[in-house]
Design a binder for this molecule. Structure first.
Ligand SMILES: Cc1ncc(COP(=O)(O)O)c(C=O)c1O
Length: 451
């Protein structure tokens, strides 16, 4: 019989779960699989930590949301917001479902082209587009939305050099009743900045305004804001068509739909505090249908990101050490830190354990493995007593982590996709030393030292 581990005695206040006056949802208190693949098998193949993406969940959500939208407003085209998660396998799933690409840099543009997306199926947004990138986008027929007057002048120069009149869109920002207003991108509607931009394009020999774009924010919780946005965009479309005799062929309402992640500072669970995506779609499509007659329906682009994918992703991580702080608070050190979890700044992730665990729940703090004080993954977790080697499954995880993660102190881990037939595929392998030092160059005179 093995000797029992010695634990120094201490007095612990018992907390019985997280009771509140709204009651709670039934949850199985552990998860030993993701999309039918056993956690042990995933870790055996990909290591720990590992991001895990559920292919079937991506497709099902896409189909549900697209069906909901297109059955209300037929001329809709979804475009996958690359910055949300631009791994090839993820983008390919969306492209197979019929989504085009939305990019905000020449790097993302090149990534989409390399994957096989034709230039004219790419929406090119963002406040900074180098001339060379604009030239390629115009040559390949991309949908380019301009952000500011300097960019209008830049686009004009490029078109002139090409000797070709090019179609462009402009990004608008406006008051949608949600504050603080996102006003740093695009041209403002209320102060007539947008009007002046349209006028300037109208005067240009080289540019033709064919599209209006706006993206009012991210993790939006108010469907009515989209109704306000659609109304402004339609009003502005009418002004442009009437006063400048240009035909607006498309309206792009951006993205911004929330996921079922729990924002820090919110009391209620996301199931209660986050409106369903169908409320946002209803707000947009009802406004379109009430403001427009069928003969003038423009193509509507939706730049879907977080709301469509987040719940399809998990991070599997392993408890490496257990330690009680001088305050009495129990702490755990896991093998994944904030270097991989950009979104930990504003989310309290859902935490599940990979096995049934006996013992009372206790408030605790979960640290990552970095030798940095800021490396706190979960500040106020309530967990049963975990032993070393227990795996924690954190979610939702598929939006913005695998693009904003950084190689800091540790190599970035693998990303796996559980395919719809249950197979585990590594869609990005774990990094190694070569990946990190590959771009480095050591000057000759620094190559030798003696210690
Ligand atoms: C122009 C544009 N479109 C779409 C998106 C996707 O937004 P979200 O992930 O909030 O849906 C973003 C993200 O900020 C964006 O900047």
């Amino acid at each position: 019989m093995s000797k029992k581990e010695y634990i120094k005695p201490f007095i612990k206040k018992q907390t019985a779960g997280n009771m509140n006056k709204f009651g709670s949802f039934y949850q199985k208190n552990y998860r030993d699989e993701i999309a039918g693949a056993k956690i042990d098998a995933i870790v055996e193949k990909c290591g720990s930590p590992v991001f895990v993406i559920d292919e079937k969940a991506i497709r099902e959500k896409y189909r549900e949301v697209y069906r909901d939208f297109s059955s209300r407003y037929p001329k809709v085209q979804f475009s996958w917001s690359y910055k949300t998660n631009y791994l090839d396998a993820i983008c390919a799933v969306y492209h197979q479902e019929g989504s085009i690409a939305e990019v905000v840099s020449e790097f993302e543009y090149q990534k989409a082209r390399r994957l096989g997306v034709p230039g004219n199926k790419i929406i090119f947004n963002g406040p900074f587009k180098p001339e060379e990138a604009l030239k390629v986008a115009f040559e390949e027929g991309a949908i380019v939305n301009l952000d500011n007057f300097d960019e209008i002048f830049k686009a004009e120069r490029v078109a002139k050099e090409m000797g070709q009149i090019v179609d462009v869109g402009i990004r608008l920002n406006m008051d949608t009743g949600v504050y603080p207003q996102w006003s740093r991108f695009g041209f403002n509607y209320e102060n007539r900045n947008a009007y002046d931009a349209a006028k300037r394009i109208h005067k240009s020999e080289w540019l033709n305004l064919t599209g209006l774009h706006s993206h009012i924010g991210t993790f939006m919780l108010e469907p009515k804001a989209y109704a306000a946005q659609v109304k402004v965009m339609i009003d502005f479309m009418r002004i442009v068509e009437r006063e400048f005799d240009m035909t607006i062929e498309s309206l792009d309402f951006g993205g911004g739909f929330p996921s079922r992640n729990k924002l820090k500072g919110t009391y209620l669970p996301p199931e209660v505090s986050v409106p369903p995506l169908s409320d946002f779609i209803a707000a947009i499509s009802n406004t379109l249908l009430s403001e427009l007659s069928p003969d003038e329906y423009p193509t509507v682009y939706m730049e879907t990101g977080r709301g469509l994918i987040d719940e399809a992703g998990y991070l599997v991580t392993t408890v490496d050490a257990i330690k009680r702080l001088p305050s009495g608070l129990k702490s755990y050190i896991i093998d994944a830190g904030v270097n991989y979890l950009y979104t930990s700044t504003w989310y309290n992730y859902k935490v599940e354990v990979d096995r049934p665990i006996e013992g009372s729940y206790e408030n605790c703090i979960v640290y990552g493995p970095l030798c940095m004080n800021i490396d706190v993954v979960l500040e106020n977790a309530s967990l049963p007593p975990l032993s070393r080697g227990t795996r924690l499954i954190l979610s939702p995880m598929a939006a913005y982590n695998v693009t904003q993660w950084m190689q800091f102190i540790r190599y970035r881990p693998a990303v796996a996709m559980i395919m719809d037939n249950g197979d585990i595929e590594i869609i990005r392998r774990a990094e190694n030393l070569e990946d990190v030092v590959g771009p480095e160059r050591l000057p000759e005179k620094l190559k030798k030292f003696e210690l």
